[in-house]
Write a protein of this length. Structure first.
Length: 279
């Protein structure tokens, strides 16, 4: 299976980050194009994305998925705010197309925030309207929107089965599921069961562990997820995408300690995949 990882854990290495990703056995990268304006012109924003691609290409790493804009606390409560969010997302989609990536991960819009949902039907309607409007923009650029399950118990769309129900209501080849293993674990759903539910609607992965109580983004085997069962489920459904880690390192770690931690990743992945692992 193809191996990937988020660049977030490697940003401390600056422009050497993709060389480090390659060094530790990963050929694919998950890159955030958050899309916020941050004072950048369109030209500057696209130049920044192309710089990211140039670094990846030089290291022999492929950008296989982009994480789109995410703000917390969410700012999606009014139609005006949602229109702004849509424009920010479109900018991220343009950058995704510019680097030749076909998978764009995004969270639901959250009109009531992440800790409250007084009207589940309205939440659902707003998301259907929002993403049905955005989908043609992605399709024109050859991009699949990968809708991510959430770690927020207050939102009824958060569990993988509900996120998947939303994906299937959209019912489009360019709108699929991003399964986040840690988020699934927090909601009490085995990531292996979520894989089996999703089947061919599973497009990309965010792979990380936790204790079920907090979205820690731990290394595999440092939390409660059954990784052997998860990998068995991926094989059962014929998942042919990238096994993409989304782990986080403490900013308190020294560069030397970070190197030691990251060097364990190939060993952990090999433990998950057994004889299928090939660095």
């Amino acid at each position: 299976m193809k191996l990937g990882i988020s660049t977030r854990a490697f940003m401390r290495y600056g422009d050497d980050r993709y060389n480090k990703i390659k060094e530790y056995g990963f050929d694919y990268a998950d890159v955030p194009f958050e899309g916020e304006l941050n004072g950048l012109t369109e030209e500057q924003y696209i130049e920044s994305a192309l710089h990211e691609k140039a670094l990846a290409d030089a290291a022999g790493v492929t950008i296989n998925q982009v994480h789109g804009p995410w703000i917390h606390p969410p700012k999606d409560s009014t139609p005006e705010e949602r229109r702004t969010r849509a424009e920010v997302m479109k900018r991220s989609l343009r950058a995704t197309a510019a680097v030749g990536c076909e998978n764009w991960v995004i969270h639901p819009v959250m009109p009531y925030g992440s800790k409250n949902e007084p009207d589940a039907e309205e939440f659902w309607r707003i998301n259907l309207e929002f993403f049905r409007d955005l989908l043609p923009y992605a399709k024109e650029r050859g991009i699949t929107i990968c809708y991510e399950n959430m770690p927020f118990p207050a939102l009824r769309i958060s569990p993988p089965d509900e996120t998947l129900r939303f994906v299937r209501e959209i019912n489009d080849d360019n709108f699929k599921l991003c399964l986040d293993t840690g988020h699934s674990n927090i909601l009490g759903v085995s990531p292996a069961d979520a894989v089996r539910m999703a089947g061919k609607d599973l497009r990309v992965l965010h792979v990380h562990d936790n204790s079920k109580y907090k979205d820690d983004h731990l290394f595999p085997f440092f939390g409660k997820i059954d990784w052997k069962e998860f990998y068995a489920a991926l094989k059962e459904v014929g998942f042919d995408g990238v096994f993409s880690l989304e782990i986080v390192l403490s900013s308190k770690l020294s560069p030397e300690a970070s190197d030691v931690m990251l060097s364990t990743l190939p060993v952990l992945v090999a433990e998950i995949m057994g004889e299928d692992y090939c660095k």
